[in-house]
Design a protein around this ligand. Structure first.
Ligand code: S3P
Length: 431
């Protein structure tokens, strides 16, 4: 199919078959680099995700004086220790995890730093980290009364706090915990429902225990991290595009190996099962404090489901592709309690309603989610990613299942988390 250079065309066609290995987990890759940078000694990371977001973390850490060796294809050797004041502004690109977690670390450093990012980052709420970090004693200012990046941080020795987050957010929880490493006493974070816990697990691997009691986590500072060796599992969020596509395209049978199965991330598997998908999880094991395993999915008929409550933080980044599945399922799907989707890389509620609507779907945008009248079909058409990698990849899945080709404008953003996405898609569909 002819295709303009700046568009990705995905057509309906062959079933998805074979085996794939998802790229390294993005959340875990960021954390491995950040913790390695502040740990004493050398940290070895295998399976690091070499996608734009995680490369932004490496670039910022190098500006902070950290020596990082990159050994192809995906090994890092990080020579950690003390950070030094950066000469230049730190640019996180599109990465919310980089700006929020790094802000937590910088709040505890005896120097001044400035963090900024692309247009999407400069729109996203930063008061959720700025407020607790100020309470810990850091100077944090930014645009719009300190709510937006660029953020300017004057760090130093901090005091421990107890912080209750109004929404479940692993980035906020992690920012406060990382600042807590540089605070005197016990830092506590409480959240309304459980967000991903990679930071807590990985701090244990680096020799800093994090206690959990219900929805509260605590650590004692000041704490010293010891360099560690770890291997990053495959990213379930990246695998999800292929799992959903295989569940939808008749005749598919696809296996994804070595993929992360942390229970704070596996909501998409629960949602797919609720919708009637044929999924099998096997070879489950644990590595560097994180569960992983193999998933096999076979195509079946899907039906609508209600996705809300505690399931939402466990599925948050997969909700765009769940919305695509909902259009192709029979019956209504409601996604609720998901207002956080409005402040991701883009307003994902608005983007999904608009772009899936262009493919003939009946999608109603609600303040906290979407109501989707599944009709079992989508038509081809021209859509736009809006610069949001997860919207681009969800729309590509729509293209595999639609009646005609879907052409996605501005697809380069997939490099944020999954540079090999298109090649992987072509391979498993043999297109
Ligand atoms: C992430 C946490 C989530 C998620 C994001 C990655 C992380 O964001 O949506 O893609 O690595 O901690 P919030 O903390 O804003 O919920």
């Amino acid at each position: 199919m002819p295709r303009p250079a700046d568009a990705l065309a995905v057509g309906p066609g062959s079933p998805l078959r074979g085996t794939l290995r998802a790229p390294g987990d993005k959340s875990i890759s960021h954390r491995a680099a950040l913790l390695g940078a502040i740990a004493a000694g050398t940290t070895r990371v295998d399976g690091f995700l070499r996608a734009e977001d995680c490369l932004s973390t490496l670039r910022c850490l190098r500006q902070l004086g950290v020596a990082i060796e990159e050994e192809p294809p995906d090994r890092l050797l990080i020579h950690g220790g003390a950070l030094r004041e950066p000469e230049e502004i730190l640019d996180v690109g599109n990465s919310g995890t980089t700006i929020r977690l790094l802000a937590g670390i910088l709040a505890g450093q005896p120097f001044h730093s400035v963090l900024t990012g692309d247009a999407s980052i400069r729109r996203r709420p930063m008061d959720r980290i700025a407020e607790p970090l100020r309470r810990m004693g850091a100077g944090v200012s930014g645009r719009a009364g300190g709510r937006l990046a660029p953020l300017s941080i004057d760090g130093g020795r901090l005091r421990a706090i107890s912080h209750t987050t109004p929404v479940p957010s692993a980035q906020v929880k992690s920012a406060v915990l990382l600042a807590g490493l540089f605070a005197d006493g016990e830092t506590e974070v409480r959240e309304p429902s459980q967000s991903r816990d990679h930071t807590e697990r990985m701090l244990g691997v680096f020799g800093v225990p994090v206690a959990r009691a219900g929805l509260a986590v605590r650590l004692r500072g000041p704490a010293r991290l010891r360099g560690a060796a770890l291997t990053v599992p495959g990213d379930l969020s990246s695998a999800a595009y292929f799992l959903v596509a295989a569940a939808l395209v008749p005749g598919s049978c696809l296996t994804v190996e070595d993929v992360g199965l942390n229970p704070t991330r596996t909501g998409v598997l629960d949602v797919l099962r609720m919708m009637g998908a044929d999924l099998e999880v096997h070879e489950v094991r644990e590595r560097a404090g994180e569960p992983l395993g193999t998933i096999t999915v076979r195509a079946s008929r899907l039906h609508g489901a209600v996705v809300g409550g505690d399931l939402v933080p466990r599925t948050i980044d997969e909700l765009p592709v769940v919305a695509v599945a909902a259009c192709l399922a029979e019956g209504e799907t409601v996604i609720r309690d998901a207002a956080e989707l409005r402040v991701k890389e883009s307003d994902r509620i608005a983007a999904l309603a608009r772009e899936l609507g262009r493919l003939g779907a009946r999608v109603e945008a609600r303040p906290d989610g979407l109501a989707i009248a599944g009709s079992g079909r989508l038509r081809g058409g021209r859509v736009a990613s809006g610069g949001d990698h997860r919207i681009a990849m969800a729309l590509a899945v729509a293209g595999l299942c639609a009646d005609g080709p879907v052409v996605i404008d501005d697809p380069a953003c997939v490099r944020t988390s999954f540079p090999e996405f298109e090649a992987t898609l072509r391979r498993v569909t043999r297109a």
